[in-house]
Ligand binder design. Sequence first.
Ligand SMILES: [Zn+2]
Length: 298
Amino acid sequence: MATVETIGGRLDPEDLGLTLIHEHFFSSDEAVSAQWPHVRQRDREYELALESAEAVKSHGVKTVVEPTAMLLGRDIPALQRLASDTGLQIVVCTGIYTYDHLPQFLLNRDEDFIASLFVHDIEEGIQGTDVKAAFIKCAADEPGVNERIEKVHRAAARASVRTGAPIMAHSRPATNTGPRQVEILLEEGVAAEKIQIAHTGDTDDLTYIQGLLDMIELLKRGHAERMFISQDFDVPIANGLDWFPPETVEQLQAAGAATNWSMTFLFEDIIPTLKDAGITDDQLDTMMVENPKRWLGV
Ligand SMILES: [Zn+2]
């Protein structure tokens, strides 16, 4: 029988319930955090993560899938604390979130070695805990699927083939990285139904409106069983998002960017809009309950 690993242990996929498939409670630059911990405000970050966790629970969410991998500051002890304080089911990953750079340690080792690191997280546990990864994260973005990115994808694929764990691949529609990513994963023998291409709704301009229109069109054509919906929200760290200094975040928000980005935006804005466009509760249930069950169950 299929099961799903979570922070709190192994679950029957039937118990996942309403699931957000892609949200980040704790993400930061792990090298900066290790070398200059004074720029982090961990207590405040925990409070903000707790607020987001409680907010999604109030919308009936039972499970959050947290795709924070290596180089994005994966923090299992913080997630363990959050899961036990809130009762939320949190599903975590292994993998590497890079668009290009790899540390020398990984540059000079091959795909099979990297795959064995991923398998360790899936079978033994992560960061010295007994929490196991339920899926594998990889990414391609502006630099494209170059040699280093291909290596990470092949390693993810080999770990998936060995363990059955599904893969979430961050993609960049603006430069069409998706097809090459899928090609590599399939070439390595990953089961097609275990591949999730993340960010297919993103476009460079008019992201929000275009993404919604594309989504409605796909749903109307009967593709709900192939789609997930989530926000990819990052709980802010320190005084803003980790990637930008606080003053840049303020400028971006003053210019209208991401002003209402939150872990509940989906429930407050997107879902009502989808329903107005004729998307049914059944289709939402397919994307937020049934698909996560099928993708994560191993
Ligand atoms: Zn993300």
